[in-house]
Design a protein around this ligand. Structure first.
Ligand code: F6R
Length: 240
């Protein structure tokens, strides 16, 4: 595991984009695993800038981690809406190569299986992750067990409270989501975890240096052979 600490989220985001550039230089059809959330905003901003300056992602695949159940792609607070706002509105992307679970699919279990087939045929080269305040990755919430494959999850109260900041009415935050499982995440060739701000410092330190436990899903990343962690100084302050 490589841990890199930057003065600002923007500096970390620039490094993350350099990793995309490296991957795009190696693979004709790079497969990027993408996340949503506040942490990812500087990264998408820098990625858009890089594409405007010539980075060619026209043959790249974008496979998102998760989506809320019950929010359609047109809903601004859905993960699809987030991706549209921060990436696809700025960078033309072949719709056939941009994937997010369908949180409104009539058969959600079948949608999870469909997503796993997509992941099997398009193994992720570079997986971006944020980390929840409770240590979740994707929407794999802490518990006695974790699920390897894409599945339906009940969001924890911590996650619902934290994500309420993106909704006009906090009561609107969905209580369930579809998420790639920890198996899907750990199968990515390379993983990049980003975390910024003091409020993430404690969970980052526990995830990177504490015991590996299903009670802190991000701690499983210690088992992956190619993880790069990009932090700002505030998020890194509790790592000993
Ligand atoms: C979202 C996702 C989540 C977020 C995490 C951090 O697609 O997978 O795991 O990365 O909740 O969210 P922020 O960045 O808003 O703190």
């Amino acid at each position: 595991m490589r841990i890199r600490v930057f003065d600002t989220p923007d500096a970390a985001a620039a490094y993350a984009v350099a990793l995309v550039e490296q991957t795009a230089a190696v693979y004709a059809e790079p497969v990027l695993g993408l996340a949503t959330g506040g942490t990812m905003i500087p990264f998408y901003k820098a990625l858009v800038q890089a594409v405007r300056q010539g980075l060619d992602l026209s043959r790249a695949w974008a496979i998102n981690l998760d989506e809320y159940v019950g929010l359609g792609a047109e809903h601004p607070q859905s993960c699809a809406g987030f991706m549209r706002e921060h990436l696809y509105r700025h960078v033309p992307w072949d719709g056939a190569r941009a994937h997010i679970p369908d949180g409104c699919a009539p058969d959600l279990a079948a949608e999870c299986r469909r997503y796993d087939r997509l992941l099997a045929t398009h193994p992720v080269h570079l997986q971006f992750l944020g980390i929840g305040l409770n240590g979740h990755i994707g929407f794999n919430e802490p518990g006695d067990e974790l699920v390897a494959e894409t599945h339906l999850v009940e969001l924890s109260e911590t996650t619902i409270r934290s994500n309420a900041r993106f909704f006009r009415d906090p009561g609107e935050v969905p209580r369930r989501a579809i998420t790639m499982g920890v198996g899907g995440i750990l199968r990515a060739e390379r993983v990049v975890l980003l975390a910024f701000g003091e409020q993430k410092a404690e969970v980052v330190a526990r995830a990177l240096t504490g015991p590996i436990t299903t009670r802190l899903p991000a701690s499983l990343l210690q088992l992956h052979r190619d993880v790069t962690v990009l932090l700002d100084t505030a998020a890194a302050q509790k790592i000993r």
